[in-house]
Design a protein around this ligand. Structure first.
Ligand code: TXA
Ligand code: MG
Length: 318
């Protein structure tokens, strides 16, 4: 155990079984990949994914990369394609993430994809990451294991320096070989480079026999920065005390409303429910009023996302 309470685990099998059990229990476990150390949570557990944002102190919700053990596990989550197969054959396991359309019944928390209809998937090459994924037996959402705004960790010591006491455990297996995040390629439409990274763009283009499109509007503006994001079609009004005639009300805390982010007023639960709730209310085709959400902790990320949802549509891509 480290000084502030996060478990320091080794890459031995008994420790990886323990790490997998922590993930199954909805806890956060940092683990090595060949790129950087990831901060992992069960990608199907919205509250666990919300805890990633809380631990990192991230002020906004971006979609996270989902790590799986093999192509078969990836295919169970998305609508696979020939191009995806070509790139997987060439670069998986390895430092390449593929963005593909979600498949019906995928089971992922909508917080992982930040409400988008696509998911970023990666099969890491690091043997310890692979063993952990196999012991866990499911998809693991994992951004880099550093506090928001700090540089990505390439050793377990870096992870503890930033997150000790805020996560259940870190699996220490020495420094990461690549030291740079995975390359992200979008395959939901024309193959596009969404983020340069561990696999060189030229190598990917050689395998595809075609140039990758550059990120277009609605993809990213800077490495790792999404410009487009899920926003409801309906008009959204914030800090509502109650619903005006014709509106549906998204509540928080003990109040009468059409849908409640968290009756108990729990911000982790509210974050886990946010995107599903917006999708559900949007499907009702009425303007959405949203109760006031406390602007502390995860409430800041929730409010960031709600403000974007409430902004006039032409301003949402900023
Ligand atoms: O090397 C890596 O990729 C590391 C290690 C831990 O695997 N992970 C990592 O994850 O960098 P993360 O969650 O920080 O990367 C998230 C980025 C987002 O900022 C966004 O640019 C892109 O992945 N992304 C994720 N889902 C997306 C989606 N559905 N559409 C477009 N971009 C997406
Ligand atoms: Mg990062």
């Amino acid at each position: 155990m480290s000084s502030n309470g996060s478990l320091l685990l080794t890459a031995h099998s008994a420790d990886l079984v323990r790490a997998a059990k922590l993930l199954q229990a909805g806890e956060l476990v940092a683990f090595p990949t060949e790129t950087v150390y990831g901060l992992g949570a069960d990608a199907r557990n919205g509250q666990a994914v919300a805890e990633i944002y809380a631990a990192k102190g991230r002020p906004s919700f971006n979609p996270l990369i989902v790590h799986v053990a093999d192509v078969q596990a990836a295919r169970s989550l998305c609508i696979w394609s020939d191009t995806a197969q070509t790139l997987a054959d060439a670069f998986w396991p390895g430092p390449l993430s593929l963005v593909l359309p979600l498949r019906d019944g995928h089971g992922l928390s909508s917080l992982v994809t930040a409400g988008l209809p696509t998911v970023a998937l990666r099969v890491p090459a690091h043997p310890t990451a692979h063993k952990l994924l196999e012991h866990f037996g499911g998809p693991v959402a994992a951004p880099s294991a550093n506090p928001s705004g700090q540089i990505s960790p390439t050793t377990a010591q870096h992870v503890l320096a930033g997150l000790d006491g805020r996560i259940a455990a870190v699996v220490d297996d020495g420094p990461c070989a690549v030291g740079l995040e995975s390359t992200i390629v979008g395959l939901a439409s024309t193959p596009a480079l969404l983020r340069p990274g561990g696999v060189a763009t030229a190598q990917i283009e050689a395998v595809l026999g075609a140039a990758l499109a550059l990120p277009v509007d609605g993809e990213i503006s800077a490495p790792g920065q999404l410009r487009s994001h899920y926003a409801p079609a309906a008009r959204v009004r914030l800090n509502a005390q109650d619903a005006h005639p014709g509106e549906v009300l998204l509540g928080f805390g003990d109040m009468a409303c059409d849908l409640n982010l968290s009756k108990a007023g729990n911000l982790t639960e509210a974050a886990a429910n946010l995107f599903d709730a917006l999708h559900q209310l949007d499907a009702m085709g009425k303007p959405i009023a949203v109760a006031c959400i406390p602007d502390v902790g995860l409430g800041q990320a929730i409010n960031d996302r709600l403000k974007r949802a409430a902004a006039p549509k032409e301003q949402t891509a900023s």
